[in-house]
Design a protein around this ligand. Sequence first.
Ligand code: HEM
Length: 500
Amino acid sequence: MAANKYYTLAEGCPFANSKTSVLMRGKGGGSLGLLQDTQLIETLAHFSRERIPERVVHAKAVGCFGEFEAIRDCSDFTSASFFSKAGKKTPVLQRVSTVGQESGSADTSRDVHGWAMKLYTDEGNLDWVFNNTGCQPVFFIRDPIKFPSMNRSHKRHPQTHLPDPNMFWDFHVGNPEGIHQLMILFSDRGTPESVRHMNAYSGHTYKFTKANGSFNYAKIHLKTQQGIRNFTCEEAIRVSGENPDHMIQDMFEAIERGDYPVWDVFVQLMSPDEAERYEWNIFDMTKVWGHKDFPLQKIGHLTMNRNPQNYFADIEQAAFSPSTMVPGFAASADPVLQARLFAYPDAARYRLGVNYQQLPTNSAKVQVYCPFERDGVMRFDGNYGGDPNYVGSSLQPTKFYQNLKGISPAILSLHTEHEKWVGEVSAYTSEITDKDFIQPRNLWGVIGREPGHQDRLIDNLVSSVKGVKYPDLRKAVYDLFSRVDQELGSKLQKRTEAAV
Ligand code: HEM
């Protein structure tokens, strides 16, 4: 606190003592409170309103600031300004979270870790709302309608209010497309040692676009320069008990001592023609693109070097959304991504209010002029004064970026100009086929190259599946993993049944 700051009530009235209450003192030490005690009433009333809704998923998180630096001119595949030359730096806010548990839970429990970044670029904010997903950019589902169900099955049972392996496995047996993600979750990479020692992935296919209307599909990978480090199951359980905030502390202290963590940023690029010929559906996030097919190209690095000044203001009030994009970067036709474009701003309006973009941690660091979104709860800028609040004014015509900069409006196009769509509207649920088990089988083989890793994966599964009380459901779990590999399924069965 600055030395010359003196205490006041919230409306500025200087006050002599922050510890007093105005009381009618009675006999024997009893007292009655008075409505005129503004200090007490305001203090209590504000305390009761200190909590905002927790994020429905990704409640527990580590947050900090840093910068992204492009290491080459990427104008061969994107018009995005922050990628336009080597050495260009963009400030970044980062929030890395567990998914299923509440904000007070242990950040080292076995879970996917969310990886959200806000890049404050010189053409507005770009949010990369990614996951670490262990070692591969995949996800549990590919039909967006399943997202709330999947998350509920990972959370607390509606009756017992306990995490429930019956519910968890019941969901995944009924929705086996998540097998690839499950394999990763129960591998060593399901329990990373710290944020500094994990990778992150866009998972979804996005698009890098150019002003001439061309585009490439892209997946983004962030690889830690600190090296991947994971806890064993036993270590993760111990650390979760000893210090449920281990990851927050690790990151905060590393930045405090100047040991700034760095990630290399890579892109995989695929042309629309290649996408049509590729053996995998690139809009299905349960699948990866082979690195041999589409090599990783290094485009920059990310350095996190500043802790929040205030966790609530900087991190809890942050709102990220895949729909927050800049020219040169666009969403693809992945239906899960399409659903997310709606879900995040919707969540932010509920959690923070309709003017959440004005909060300092969320606001763009360039000029914002959006006079057709006005008023609303807690508007705290000038609300565009007397400027027209309707489009097409001749009295005060709106100025546009391309006219001021003398550039083509195409540079600013985000999505539709790049694609022509013809199709039928139909109800669609994806089907499970044997093809869904090919990449998980490959992963099982890769895991087999690391001594003891396959055994650890099975043991990690056993510790969860043994909690399933219905024999038929346990059998269905063994059958699910047998579709990846017979030996995996039978070993899982043998060890689980011995432990039940
Ligand atoms: C249909 C699919 C999905 C839906 C409906 C969905 C919805 C949500 C919602 C409602 C939140 C809380 C937002 C808030 O309160 O501010 C959230 C957080 C988050 N989601 Fe998703 N999600 C989906 C899939 C994904 C996928 C595939 C990824 C990663 C590739 C992901 C990464 C994240 C991250 C990192 C956060 C935390 C953001 C933060 O730090 O504030 N989500 N999601």
